[in-house]
Design a protein. Structure first.
Length: 367
């Protein structure tokens, strides 16, 4: 598993969590691939996963894990119990490319070639069957039309394809969705999935949206606010990055309700909250004879603890899909994303059904 943003909160929680579950220190709570529909579909075991990645930050993974434990994201004791696994992953982290707007003098082509070489080297040296590339780096602003350089997320995505690796975009950044990469993605013969993990507010929306539509209740307005800190909160304080995130959240409503209701989503950076997010939704709706009603929901989640099991799931599913020779966008994995591939449902129940069908496909049953 090759993580772009390998020293971030989500990546560190995934590496530490995988080791803790493998060692039997914690149950695999939140990992959908550990539930009965996924038994016997040939997924790689958690103990067989090997981690590496790219990041632009220096902080060693064991230290990052200690910071997360101090913030209550990882249980105390886990960083020391899995110190060897964290150190092993840290030794496989390579320095990534320049951040947006910065340049280290290399062209896009040179950067792609260098990232792809890092990936091939990882697979060869560690004797791996394959590497799945998962983007969990900081959210980038939406690319400006006519920009001559590819955003960093798209350089890594292009490198993944060049190295023959399946690719997952767990962020709202462009990644493989950049129009310049469409031809290479289409001809790569590789499976890929994305984008932007669905872990909190949008997860709830993908359940509640269909409920209002199926009960024929008229949603007048759906407004939301998110308070969070950590690296993600800081990145999303940039309105252009938040716009990329909010587009996915709003798409779920338009898809499940039939049209976008009035209302906006806001994201506020509150550094002292760290990884603990509060997401509040206010839904104004009409019932029979125009009776006016309101539903409010408050989600208080630990973002990395919600995301980490999902990226482990996705890496296992993509690895098996690659082994089975599947290629192209995996629409059946829309269950995991805010912005699933075109044509796939945005309603969680239908997405779950598609995911269970996908498990059968991985088993070799069905198309
Ligand atoms: N519940 C969730 O946590 C959740 C849900 C959906 C999406 N996401 C997305 O996952 C991503 C990671 O979230 P996080 O909380 O771990 O953030 P984080 O800030 O803790 O980690 C991001 C990491 O990316 C690295 N990075 C930044 N630019 C890079 C570049 N050009 N090359 C390589 N590495 C780079 C940073 O140094 C950092 O280590 C964010 O984009 C977030 O929006 C998270």
């Amino acid at each position: 598993m090759w993580l772009i943003g390998a020293r971030g909160s989500v990546a560190t929680t995934a590496v530490a969590g995988c080791a803790a579950v493998t060692a039997g220190l914690h149950p695999p709570t939140g990992m959908v691939t550990e539930t009965p529909p996924f038994t016997d579909c040939g997924l790689p075991t958690l103990s067989s996963l090997v981690f590496g990645g790219h990041d632009v930050m220096e902080c060693p993974l064991p230290k990052r894990a200690e910071q997360l434990a101090a913030g209550g994201v990882l249980p105390h004791g886990v960083p020391s119990a899995v110190g060897a696994e964290l150190a092993a992953a840290d030794a496989e982290i390579r320095t990534g490319g320049p951040r947006r707007g910065e340049s280290d003098g290399r062209t896009d082509e040179e950067l792609i070639a260098s990232f792809a070489a890092d990936l091939r080297d990882f697979v060869r040296r560690r004797g791996l069957a394959r590497a799945v590339v998962v983007n969990v780096a900081s959210t980038e602003p939406v690319p400006v039309e006519g920009e001559d350089r590819l955003p960093a997320s798209s350089l890594y995505a292009a490198a993944a394809l060049r190295a023959g690796c399946p690719y997952v975009n767990f962020t709202p950044s462009a990644g493989l969705h950049h129009p310049a990469l469409a031809p290479v993605a289409a001809s790569s013969g590789l499976p890929y999935a994305g984008r932007d993990g669905k872990t909190g507010q949008t997860l709830l929306r993908s359940v509640l949206g269909p409920m209002f539509a199926q009960r024929a209740l008229a949603v007048r307005a759906w407004s939301g606010t998110n308070l969070l800190g950590g690296g993600d909160g800081a990145a999303l304080a940039d309105p252009a990055a938040a716009a990329a995130k909010n587009a996915g959240k709003e798409r779920v409503l338009a898809d499940t309700l039939g049209s976008a209701p009035e209302g906006e989503v806001h994201i506020d950076d509150v550094p002292s909250l760290g990884d603990w997010k509060t997401a509040w939704d206010h839904i104004a709706f009409d019932g029979f004879l125009g009776a006016r009603m309101v539903l409010q929901t408050t989600w208080q989640g630990c973002d990395s603890a919600l995301a980490a099991p999902l990226i482990l799931d996705l890496a296992r599913l993509l690895a098996r899909a690659h082994e089975r020779g599947l290629s192209g966008p995996l629409g059946e994995l829309g269950f995991y994303f805010k912005d699933p591939d075109d044509g796939s449902s945005s309603a969680l129940a239908e997405q779950y059904e598609a995911l269970v069908g996908f498990a059968s496909r991985l088993r070799g049953v069905g198309a």
